[in-house]
Design a binder for this molecule. Sequence first.
Ligand code: NAP
Length: 248
Amino acid sequence: MDRVLVVTGGSRGIGAEVARLGAEQGYKVCVNYARNKAAAQDVVKTIRDNGGEAMMAHADVAEEADAKAMFRLVDQELGPVTALVNNAGIIDQTGRVADMTAERINRILAVNVTGSFLCAREATLRMSKEHGGPGGAIVNVSSAAARLGSPGEFVDYAASKGAMDTFTIGLAKELAAEGIRVNAVRPGLIDTEIHAAAGDAERVERFRTAVPMQRVGSAAEVAEAVLWLLSDSASYVTGSFIDVAGGR
Ligand code: NAP
């Protein structure tokens, strides 16, 4: 049976590494993106150049119609999804809660939380044995911020990741008897472009010494944990978390 992997936010950073490693491990991969088409094209090209099968799909995961359309496209081009990585995530400028607008908070929750729910729903409808599917696996990309709270930086983002953790526990229990495992990884300080999006490209270097291992992690190191959780090697693992955070 074909193994079909959907990676939300697969165009850059952690998602791009998950897409590439997944293809290497034999998945047909859907690389989702929101704005950066060229980056998604690059990931798809790399996979194809290495002999893998991949497609790209534009969808803002926070938009219900987009999420539904993406999974329908995957049905047509690769076959029904068997593995989902809810990786798409956003942050905003560093700041204090006292200065946060409703618009900012709502957008972060919409992409990070609602988007993960919507994609998990579409995947469940195709993977669940209750719905005639073969079973499957979901990995949510949470954050160490869910444990740390990110005071003075982005408590809204940290809280959205806390919601993803609770979502992981609940969905894992809800789907355990239907052949779907649901787990999460909590990356720590990982070297990607998300820090520049927070208006603080130097953040990675500044916080490096707060990490017990005294270094930042790479997107590839996070991807290894994600692919293990998706794999049959993790067949009795559900509702679990792997911290990929250098001891933080
Ligand atoms: P990144 O380099 O900024 O990449 C984010 C990805 O998400 C891009 O592919 C982006 O696509 C996509 N995306 C953003 N909004 C989207 C939307 N509405 N719909 C669909 N795709 C969307 O970020 P990253 O560092 O790799 O982060 C990936 C995940 O890891 C996030 O959930 C993040 O919270 C989590 N994480 C990261 C770190 C870290 O230190 N880097 C630590 C802990 C957790 P476009 O460019 O096309 O918009």
